[in-house]
Design a protein around this ligand. Structure first.
Ligand code: KIV
Length: 311
């Protein structure tokens, strides 16, 4: 899917060095003021620098990084250590946005103790400000409550929850029946009661989202949930077109960087093969006298190398 020129931002809101870090209080203020909250994923230092300069509010080290940067077929294979490495890289690149890390599949389901232990690692070792966990069934709600009680802000995630997409029948929209929509509503309420500061709502019909809004008082950040949410999140690689294929129906592309990258690397390969690169301006110089002396020492070295070695 090519980028829609109407959605290409001609001006970028670049934040200066004086920009205040986004905190839970800032998010709350934005929400109360009815200002849309902007969230995006990042997985490394360079993407973190880019999203920071672009002035987003929330940055998620999503477990989508499993697919986007580590090449796994889904999110379930990524380990806590791998997610921590990505989180540390993003932390080093961020100054202003609030940093949330996904708890990977298998790192919080067993018990609340396990969930708190993993969340603490993301804060202490990764530098995350908060963690996100998927699903709103009873066990997830308990894990969220335990992490909040340990002093770590938690973001919930309901609707399509990719970590358990097999159980959901695939990566498909949720809430398309009254029962499924009602289940999502109940999960949102339960996660808010557990203390979540915000909830991601993924892949539900826009009309269902409209009904859900107002049900809870913390911000709802949508992805494939229509325009009614308090904010939006997109995967960095989706919005910039750094992947093969168009992605999900809800993805809007603002650039085609995969194509740009292929074009750039192909031009480099051509220049190397046709000996156009490197050109004189890419080369270091040496004082002519130093070069002459070096040539003499090389001649001596060659001459001595030709001498037969003594037994
Ligand atoms: O992992 C991820 O990128 C996410 C977003 C889709 C919200 O969870």
């Amino acid at each position: 899917m090519p980028p829609n020129p109407a959605h290409q931002a001609p001006e970028v809101a670049v934040l200066g060095p004086g920009s205040m870090p986004v905190t839970l209080a800032t998010i709350d203020e934005r929400h109360r003021a009815g200002e849309p909250i902007v969230m995006v994923t990042a997985y490394d230092y360079s993407s973190a620098r880019a999203v920071d300069a672009a002035g987003v509010d929330l940055v998620l080290v999503g477990d989508s990084g499993a697919e986007m940067v580590l090449g796994y077929p889904s999110t379930v294979g990524v380990s806590t250590d791998e997610m921590l490495m990505l989180t540390r890289a993003v932390r080093r690149g961020l100054k202003t946005p609030f940093l949330i890390s996904d708890l990977p599949f298998g790192s919080y389901e067993e018990s609340s103790e396990q969930a708190v232990r993993t969340a603490v690692r993301f804060v202490r070792e990764g530098g995350a400000d908060a963690v996100k966990l998927e699903r709103g069934h009873q066990a997830s709600v308990e894990r969220a409550g335990a992490i909040v009680a340990a002093g770590i802000p938690v973001m919930g995630h309901v609707g399509l929850t990719p970590q358990t997409s097999t159980a959901l029948g695939g990566n498909r929209a949720q809430g398309r029946t009254a029962a499924s929509a009602a289940r999502i509503a109940g999960e949102m309420v339960a996660l808010e009661r557990a203390g979540c500061f915000a909830i991601v709502l993924e892949a539900v019909p826009a009309a269902v989202t409209e009904e859900l809004m107002g049900l809870i008082s913390v911000p709802v950040i949508g992805i494939g949930a229509g325009p009614a949410t308090d904010g939006q999140v997109l995967v960095f690689h989706d919005l910039l077109g750094i992947r093969d294929g168009g992605g999900a129906r809800f993805v809007q592309r603002y650039a085609s960087l995969q194509q740009e990258m292929v074009t750039g690397v192909a031009a480099y390969a051509r220049d190397v093969r046709e000996r156009r690169y490197p050109a004189p301006e890419h080369c270091y110089t040496i004082d002519p006298d130093e070069l002459a002396e070096f040539r003499r020492s090389l001649a001596n070295l060659r001459a001595s190398a030709r001498q037969p070695s003594k037994p």
